[in-house]
Design a protein. Structure first.
Length: 248
């Protein structure tokens, strides 16, 4: 089933999203650093912080919402939904296949982000010192941290026929996530809201958003366990609901 879902994905323009968004983050980060060298004078630390700032707040989560909407779009055409459920004996396999296939371009997004940062920092900005391996580690952590949002957007894209509606809801979540990671009063929300989890993961050890925590075993383990736990709950909820919407 995963292979069939991946074949569907290959025929779409989804891969453009996985390339454009991280490249855009690298370009904006490069331009910001080049234009503010007096204020941003910490080399790689300043550069990586500039890159993940808007990427973590908006680009990454919105990219996931677009990917999820694309993966479920075909099921909402004609009678595809009922045909799919008729041929699917185990809904859990279907949901896991959808989540798994969304994870593929998400992982590509992170690979492009890390590679683009290394290339731009080394060849364009000519920053001193080696590329920080910690940034690559944060990129890997952010893939796991994306599971709650992938599961949430997969659920929304399953329930809503509109392609734009789940994406708009994700944007609303991003706005709430910004408040959650920057406001002490709303900070508890940042530990359960999928968009805020993405922001915190990408900013681990960053100087852009100190409230995200440091790149330590304790902070990373807590974030990863929370991400997996919320992802499991949302996946279970999707499996429960999948049969209830078969006659739309």
């Amino acid at each position: 089933m995963f292979r069939a879902e991946l074949t569907k994905l290959k025929r779409s323009s989804t891969w453009i999203i996985a390339l454009v968004l991280p490249v855009l983050a690298v370009v904006t980060g490069t331009v910001n650093l080049a234009g503010n060298t007096d204020a941003l004078d910490s080399g790689w630390a300043s550069f990586t912080s500039q890159i993940v700032l808007f990427y973590g707040l908006l680009f990454y989560s919105m990219g996931i919402s677009l990917l999820a909407a694309t993966v479920w779009r075909m099921e909402h055409r004609g009678t595809n939904w009922n045909l799919l459920l008729t041929a699917t004996a185990k809904p859990l396999r279907l949901i896991l296949a959808k989540i798994g296939v969304i994870l593929v371009p998400v992982a590509l997004m992170q690979a492009v982000l890390v590679a683009g940062t290394a290339i731009s920092g080394t060849l364009v900005l000519r920053l001193e010192g080696p590329f920080p391996w910690q940034f690559a580690l944060v990129g890997l952590i952010a893939i796991v941290a994306a599971i709650p949002l992938i599961a949430a957007q997969s659920l929304l894209s399953m329930l809503l026929k509109s392609f734009a509606a789940p994406v708009a809801l994700c944007l609303l979540g991003c706005v709430t996530g910004v408040a959650a990671v920057t406001s002490a009063a709303l900070r508890p929300i940042g530990y359960v809201l999928p968009q805020a989890i993405n922001t915190r993961a990408l900013n681990l050890g960053s100087t852009a958003i100190a409230e995200s925590g440091g790149l330590t075993v304790a902070d990373a383990a807590s974030l990863l366990l929370t991400s997996i736990g919320i992802g499991v709950v949302l996946t279970w909820l999707t499996v429960v609901l999948v049969r209830k919407v078969k006659l739309r």
